[in-house]
Design a protein around this ligand. Structure first.
Ligand SMILES: [Zn+2]
Length: 457
C-alpha cells in the first residue's frame, strides 16, 4: 500500500467491521435469512427481550463441516445446516482463514435500513392503523409549514417508494400528530422507539448516553404488547426489531453509528457512480469516470483551500469585514425597505422589539451594562430594512465533502408576515451562543444564558 508519506509498505489488514444490508449480511455470515446473524436466536424467538448466546465463526464453520461430512445428498446438507439456523449456500466462506476476524461481531448496525426503513416503518404502519389513516393524513396536512419540517401537503399514507430522507421527515412529526389521540402505551412505545432512533445517531457517546439508549429500549419492550392487544401484531419475530438489542454493544465496540452508516455510501453513489457514468461516452467507461472524479476531487480540494484562506481573519479586522465571512446569507435587497418600527412590531408580532434593539445597541457602549438606563436614550432612527428570510450553512456532514454536492447544504429560515391570502410564517431558531454546550439530550438542563431563543425571527 502507498502510505501518506509516499513509501510503499507491505500491509496485513485485519477485517474488523463489515458494512452491508441485511441480505448481504446473511450471505456473508452464512446465517439463515430471517434469523439474527449476531446471536443464536431462533427465527421464532426473535421477539425475546434479551439476545441469545453469540454466534461464533468456529461454530458456524463447524456446523457447515459436520453437515458436509454427514449428509448424503445436497438436500440433506442444506437441511442439516438450516436446522442450526445456518445457511449452507457458501460452503467455503472467504473469512475462513482470516486471522483475528469474528465475522458475526464485525457486522455493523444500519441506521437507514434497520431503524428508518425498518423499525420506524412498522411503527408508522401500526400507529396509523390504530389511529385512522385518513385522520392522520388530515393532521399531517394541517401542520403549519415551519423550518426543519417537511410539509406533506397530501398526507403520508398514500406515498409509495418512500426514501430515507422522507422517512426521517415523517419521524419528526409523527408523535406530535398522535399525541392525545391514542392510548398511552401506544404513545409510550412510539416515543421510546423514536428516542432510541435519535440516540443511536449521536455523534459521540458516553456511558450515560448509552444508558439512555438502554432505557429507551427497555421502555419499548415494556409497553410494546399493546400492539398485540390491539390486534395489529401476532408476535414480534422481526429481525430488524431484534437487531436493536445489539446496538449498544456494537457502538461500544466500533464507535458511533455515523462511522459505518450506509447512508454516506448511498449518497456517494449519485456523485461517484451515476454522474461519472453520465459524463462518460458509455464505452470503456471506467478510466473516463476515474479521470473525471480525480479532476473533481482536485477542484473540490482547491476550493476548500481557498475557502479556508478566505476564512482567516485579516490582521486588522473590523466588525464589518468579519460580517463578510458570516455563514448567514441574505438577499441583496430587503424584502421591505424603510419599514416603520411600529409597523414592524405590529406585522411581526414582536412587541418590545424597539426596546430589545436599543438594549442590544447599548451593549456595545463600553462600561454600560445591559438594561441600564435604556429608555432614556431614544433610537436615532425610526425606520429599518426588513428581510423576510435568510440562508445559512448547516455544515453537518463536515465542510470538506470530497465532491461538492449539487444541492448544497443550505437551509432557509423564514419570517414572513401575512400577505393577502398567504398566511404568516415565523420559524423558530435555537441559537447556541457558546460552542461548548449542546451535548446534552435536547435542550433539557441548559441554562438560559447559553441559549437564546428567538421566537419571531
Ligand atoms: Zn441477536
Amino acid at each position: 500500500m502507498t502510505c501518506a508519506d509516499g513509501a510503499v509498505r507491505c500491509v496485513f489488514p485485519i477485517l474488523a467491521s463489515y458494512v452491508a444490508d441485511y441480505p448481504e449480511q446473511c450471505l456473508v455470515t452464512c446465517s439463515k435469512s430471517t434469523t439474527c446473524l449476531k446471536c443464536k436466536c431462533k427465527a421464532n424467538d426473535l421477539g425475546e427481550k434479551r439476545p441469545a448466546q453469540d454466534r461464533d465463526p468456529t461454530w458456524t464453520l463447524g456446523v457447515i463441516g459436520e453437515a458436509k461430512a454427514s449428509a448424503s445428498s445436497a438436500d440433506a446438507y442444506f437441511k442439516a445446516c438450516m436446522a442450526e439456523e445456518v445457511s449452507g449456500g457458501v460452503p467455503n466462506p472467504f473469512w475462513k482463514d482470516l486471522p483475528y476476524t469474528d465475522i458475526h461481531m464485525s457486522m455493523t448496525p444500519d441506521v437507514l435500513h434497520q431503524l428508518y426503513q425498518g423499525v420506524f416503518k412498522y411503527i408508522l404502519d401500526w400507529t396509523s392503523t390504530a389511529f385512522n389513516k385518513e385522520e392522520l393524513d388530515a393532521c399531517v396536512r394541517s401542520l403549519p409549514p415551519a423550518f426543519g419540517v417537511r410539509h406533506f401537503k397530501n398526507g403520508i399514507s398514500g406515498l409509495s417508494q418512500v426514501t430515507g430522507s422522507k422517512r426521517k421527515d415523517m419521524a419528526r412529526i409523527l408523535l406530535a400528530c398522535l399525541a392525545g389521540k391514542l392510548a398511552k402505551p401506544v404513545l409510550l412505545t412510539t416515543r421510546s422507539i423514536l428516542d432510541f432512533i435519535y440516540l443511536a445517531q449521536y455523534p459521540s457517546h458516553t456511558d450515560t448516553t448509552l444508558k439512555y439508549m438502554k432505557d429507551a429500549l427497555d421502555n419499548y419492550l415494556k409497553h410494546r404488547d399493546i400492539f398485540i392487544q390491539l390486534g395489529l401484531r401476532d408476535d414480534f419475530n422481526i429481525p430488524k426489531f431484534h437487531s436493536l438489542l445489539h446496538y449498544v454493544v456494537s457502538i461500544q465496540r466500533f464507535g458511533t453509528t455515523d462511522n459505518y452508516t450506509t447512508e454516506m455510501f448511498e449518497r456517494f453513489h449519485i456523485d461517484l457512480a451515476k454522474e461519472g457514468w453520465r459524463t462518460s461516452n458509455h464505452r470503456d467507461e471506467r478510466p473516463q469516470m476515474i479521470l473525471w472524479l480525480t479532476c473533481r476531487e482536485k477542484v473540490a480540494m482547491f476550493t476548500d483551500y481557498l475557502d479556508y484562506m478566505a476564512s482567516l481573519p485579516p490582521v486588522q479586522s473590523t466588525a464589518e469585514e468579519n460580517a463578510g465571512n458570516s455563514k448567514i446569507q441574505i438577499t441583496k435587497n430587503p424584502s421591505k425597505a424603510g419599514q416603520d418600527l411600529c409597523k414592524i412590531e405590529e406585522t411581526h408580532y414582536t412587541t418590545g422589539f424597539s426596546r430589545s434593539l436599543k438594549e442590544y445597541l447599548d451593549s456595545f457602549i463600553a462600561g454600560r451594562s445591559l438594561h441600564e438606563n435604556v429608555s432614556r436614550h431614544p433610537l436615532p432612527f425610526n425606520r429599518l430594512e426588513v428581510y423576510h428570510s435568510f440562508r445559512f450553512d448547516r455544515g453537518e456532514l463536515g465542510h470538506t465533502e470530497a465532491v461538492p454536492s449539487s444541492r448544497g447544504n443550505k437551509e432557509v429560515v423564514h419570517a414572513r408576515p401575512k400577505k393577502g391570502k398567504q398566511v404568516a410564517r415565523f420559524d423558530t431558531v435555537v441559537v447556541y451562543v457558546d460552542d461548548t454546550v449542546g451535548e446534552s439530550t435536547g435542550l433539557q438542563g441548559e441554562s438560559s444564558s447559553s441559549i437564546t431563543l428567538y421566537g419571531r425571527f
